[in-house]
Ligand binder design. Structure first.
Ligand code: ADP
Ligand code: NI
Length: 222
């Protein structure tokens, strides 16, 4: 099958798997936006090798089909599901291995936990994924996630923490506003590509402005 037809079939598969009403900000439209942004970045990167664009498209679409945060911290379910799907499409093993490797390493796992090193295709998808956690859409997704997890919007008595292990990050019971300090505000300095770094500046400023106004309206710390 042509790579384009496989990408389209994958998009349909992800649409069925993730659905459009998923409550945590990981719905089909997230995958679709990451796909679009990853292609936008990829089109401006000159060092891509043959197949890299195909890997980028497939990974962007499939990266959240079974997020470890919702599967008891199990990081193998996502790549396994992606592999089974891609095998039904007769995708080359080399491409499947790349996609699965990236899905395994893409996630943010704590403010003080270094990112897993990814190849260029993986770095581009990671940038696109992270950009979608910033700006107005990032704010909306954070509060959707927090609501689903029954986290408070904010509590000035609970201070943000930079987590040093994935277990601490996973088990935290923080407020959604703290999530901005624990992850979202750190993302602009954890972009891999220059193109994403530029896009991140504006989205970061949007978060900063939102927080300033939020704290002003919250009204002090008594
Ligand atoms: P990651 O690459 O870190 O796995 P995803 O792109 O899968 O991130 O999506 C995670 C989304 O869920 C982001 O928008 C993120 O802000 C949100 N999220 C994750 N943890 C929390 C949390 N504790 N509180 C609020 N939002 C969260
Ligand atoms: Ni994602």
């Amino acid at each position: 099958m042509q790579t384009h037809a496989i990408v389209l079939a994958t998009e349909n598969f992800v649409r069925q798997e993730l659905g459009e009403t998923e409550p945590t900000g990981h719905d089909f439209w997230h995958a679709k936006r990451v796909h679009k942004m990853a292609l936008h970045i990829a089109n401006q990167v000159t060092e891509l090798k043959e197949n890299d664009k195909f890997v980028i498209e497939l990974t962007a679409l499939l990266h959240d089909i079974a997020d470890w945060k919702f599967h008891d911290g199990n990081m193998t379910i996502g790549p396994q599901k992606a592999r089974i799907w891609l095998e039904t499409q007769y995708v080359d093993q080399e491409v499947i291995n790349s996609v699965c490797e990236i899905i395994k390493g893409i996630s943010f796992k704590g403010g003080n936990v270094p990112d897993v090193s990814l190849n260029l295709a993986g770095q581009i998808v990671q940038d696109a994924d992270r950009l979608d956690a910033m700006g107005p859409i990032g704010i909306a997704r954070a509060f959707a996630y927090g609501g689903y997890k029954k986290h408070p919007l904010h509590n000035h008595l609970i201070k943000p923490v930079l987590h040093s292990s994935i277990e601490e990050y996973k088990n935290r019971q923080s407020s959604t506003i703290n999530h901005f300090y624990e992850k979202l505000l750190l993302l602009k300095d954890r972009m891999n590509t220059d193109i994403a770094r530029k896009i991140a500046i504006k989205k970061h400023q949007y978060l900063v402005d939102f927080l300033a106004q939020f704290h002003e309206d919250w009204g002090g710390n008594e």
